[in-house]
Write a protein that binds this ligand. Structure first.
Ligand code: P6P
Length: 343
């Protein structure tokens, strides 16, 4: 029986591709000292993503859309899907055993998983942009993983989460859109996996993603125009003068993912309502900045790189300017030319 498949055989039975599981195992084998704990953690996140994906697909049929009737730490109305996704990810990470604690946008305090022997902690936004679920717009989960700094065998503390963006060992997101995709990095490039519902598996669809060096798409909520710093207005005016395209879905992961593949810049500057920016540093800014830098892009909070910000609080917010390197640099030239920029 020949082991190699002829082109005819391939034509009638095209290979299904590399599963996330096989990819993780291959990557783990490249690091002889890897213990498999981080691999298992990534599997646990992927499993929770599959379960949430199923909940989302049923959202229209089940009473899971809409608000839950409570608020999160940021005083934002929690959507039912926020709460469901939070429960699913916490449960998957607790059962997986590798994470000793979780920081979630949906919970004021860090969540002890009971796995005090776990060597990792996970910061996450379990469901970003969840209010879009009611109108069938793409939404996403964002995650960030650190090796703990407190002693193994003891409960984790905030210190484990306040290590700074460059201490992340892995980060990524799951985009629940027309197809569900898992994108992540462990510091060795960015890989994207597409979920095949009929097989219940994520398959490698983009290996080693690189964001286009430059782009012609800007993503921001122009309703906040009169709150924007003058240098941001100047940059956006320049984009319009060049007839760039404005694309704003109002769902960070969706806007980010489009820009990652096509080139572009996403901006959430400070506003009157959110004077430090709206997005959260630990579970939105840092993980997306880690991925974008691994893909050759840039992420700034102003004149400071997102990953260089020294964190003070687990739920602190940050301005976010992230995307193609040349676009971010052009934007920063407006900042340095116009006025000294805070942070
Ligand atoms: P605005 C969703 O609430 C979110 O956190 C991001 O997903 C999105 O990009 C942004 O806020 C939208 O905020 O103020 O433009 O509605």
């Amino acid at each position: 029986m020949s082991t190699s498949t002829s082109s005819n055989e391939n034509a009638i039975a095209t290979p299904v591709g590399i599963t996330l599981e096989r990819y993780i195992m291959r990557k783990q084998s490249e690091f002889p000292f890897a213990t498999g704990e981080l691999s298992q953690l990534l599997r646990d996140i992927a499993l929770a993503g599959k379960i949430v994906n199923r909940e989302i697909n049923r959202a229209g049929l089940m009473d899971i859309a809409g608000s839950f009737g409570s608020q999160n730490i940021q005083g934002e109305q929690q959507q039912k899907l926020d709460v469901v996704a939070n429960i699913r990810f916490i449960r998957a990470l607790k059962n997986g055993g590798e994470a000793c604690a979780i920081l979630s946008e949906e919970d004021d305090e860090i969540i002890q998983t009971g796995n005090d022997k776990g060597r990792y902690v996970v910061a996450m936004d379990p469901m970003d942009g969840s209010s879009n679920i009611d109108v069938n717009v793409s939404i996403g989960t964002i995650f960030s993983i650190y090796r703990r700094v407190t002693p193994v065998g003891t409960p984790a503390t905030k210190e484990d989460f306040l290590q700074g963006g460059r201490k992340q060992v892995a980060a990524g997101y799951i985009l629940y859109g027309s197809s569900t995709m898992l994108v992540y990095t462990t510091g060795h490039g960015v890989a994207c996996f597409t979920y095949e519902n009929s097989l219940g598996e994520f398959f490698l669809s983009h290996s080693d993603i690189k964001i286009p060096q430059d782009g012609t798409i800007f993503s921001c909520n122009e309703g906040n125009w009169f709150d924007y710093p003058e240098w941001v207005q100047g940059y956006l005016t320049e984009c319009k003068r060049k007839r760039f395209s404005g694309r704003y879905i109002g769902s960070l992961v969706a806007d980010y993912h489009r820009n990652l593949l096509k080139g572009g810049i996403y901006l959430y500057p400070p506003t009157a309502k959110n004077t430090s920016g709206k997005l959260r540093l630990l579970y939105e800014g840092y993980p997306l900045a880690f991925v974008i830098e691994q893909a050759g892009g840039r992420a700034m909070a102003g004149t400071e790189a997102i990953l260089d910000i020294v964190p003070i609080d687990c739920h602190q917010r940050t301005p976010l300017y992230i995307g193609s390197a040349d676009m971010v640099e052009e934007m920063m030239s407006h900042a340095t030319a116009a006025e000294p920029v805070g942070r």
